[in-house]
Ligand binder design. Structure first.
Ligand SMILES: Nc1nc2c(c(=O)[nH]1)N[C@H]1C(S)=C(S)[C@@H](COP(=O)(O)O)O[C@H]1N2
Ligand SMILES: [Mo]
Length: 311
């Protein structure tokens, strides 16, 4: 697997074995005479040198078991184990996605069309839920920008909205009004086009399980998990900010942007720290990082905005 984006690396993600590999690599670099001019470590406290190309394989992912049995997918129930227990009944092949609104080629596309020409990459991302837990997940997927370029975004478009399937026969959750169905989410166009934003099709090189949002699921790693909408059946380009399910249900608690921000608390709990799933009962809570650690890539999108107001 080829992993990308390591700027969020921190000591708790690094396995001892990997730290050894990193150090050995550095020494090899010195021996070859290319060690000069390397700046102070970007790894915050680790004894690791800042190498020219940080090795993302040092991010220690959660286990497949953790990633696929501790889920939020309210269409299948609000308990963390409900999705893995119930989502198996959803049929994801064939699957089609309607692409609508301000695009040159609107239409209903099958998964083959969606995937045609897409470069499937491996990306280990830190994933931070608004409920203050986190995981590290090795996704397989492709950049959302690829699909949007393929259908041709028209000049006036400023936002992208997404909707999840509503399948009452197999989704016990949609028979109750916990949220407005379909589950909907949205991004500003520049957020959607950012290199970090992917449509995931797999986890650990296996097809993405239903409980994680098969067959096509958004991942926006610098935003709270609920922005990463699952089992997408509709994508629309618009000139106005779209409505989103969580914002509709409680606008005081869930804003449109929902960037991970340790300085803006949820009205009912702190966002300053998080609990890593799988860390065990005695594991120390970790400090939440601004933009979930992806500030180098995305802070510029918000440079002129008050993030206390646009939370
Ligand atoms: N359609 C849909 N998408 C959804 C949700 C949901 O309830 N329905 N939950 C969101 C929330 S709150 C989180 S934290 C993530 C969880 O993703 P995971 O189960 O793959 O970890 O999915 C997001 N996408
Ligand atoms: Mo979440």
């Amino acid at each position: 697997m080829r992993y990308r984006f390591s700027t969020d690396l921190r000591s708790s993600d690094i396995t001892p074995e990997a730290a050894f590999r990193g150090r050995r690599k550095f020494m090899a670099g010195l021996g070859a005479g290319i060690g000069a001019g390397i700046g102070a470590g970007a790894l915050g406290g680790m004894a690791l040198p800042a190498m020219a190309a940080p090795d993302i394989t040092r991010l220690k992912p959660n286990t497949y078991e953790e990633i696929t049995t501790y889920n939020n997918f309210y269409e299948f129930g609000t308990g963390k184990e409900d999705p893995s227990e119930n989502a198996g009944a959803m049929k994801t092949d064939p699957w089609s996605v309607e692409i609508a609104g301000m695009v040159d080629k609107p239409g209903t596309y099958g998964m083959d069309d969606i995937l045609k020409g897409a470069e499937i990459e491996d990306r280990i991302y830190r994933f931070r839920c608004v409920e203050a837990w986190s995981m590290v997940i090795p996704w397989n997927g492709f950049q959302l920008s690829h699909l949007l370029n393929k259908v041709g975004v028209q000049p006036g478009a400023k936002y992208v909205s997404f909707e999840t399937a509503v399948l009452p026969d197999v989704m016990p959750g949609v028979r109750r009004n916990v949220l407005e169905w379909p589950y909907r989410e949205g991004l500003r166009l520049d957020e959607a086009m950012n290199e970090l934003t992917i449509l995931a099709t797999g986890i650990y090189d296996k097809p993405i399980p239903n409980q994680n949002g098969a067959p096509l699921r958004l991942v926006v790693p610098w935003k709270y998990g609920f922005k990463s909408i699952k089992s997408i059946v509709r994508i629309s380009l618009d000139d106005k900010e779209p409505q989103t399910s969580w914002n509709m249900s409680n606008p005081g608690e869930y804003g449109f942007y929902s960037n991970v921000n340790p300085n803006v608390d949820h009205p009912r709990w702190s966002q300053a720290t998080e609990r890593r799933i799988g860390g065990g009962f005695f594991a120390k809570r970790e400090e939440t990082m601004m933009f979930n650690g992806y500030g180098d890539e995305v802070a510029g999108l918000y440079s002129d905005m008050d993030l206390q107001k646009f939370f």
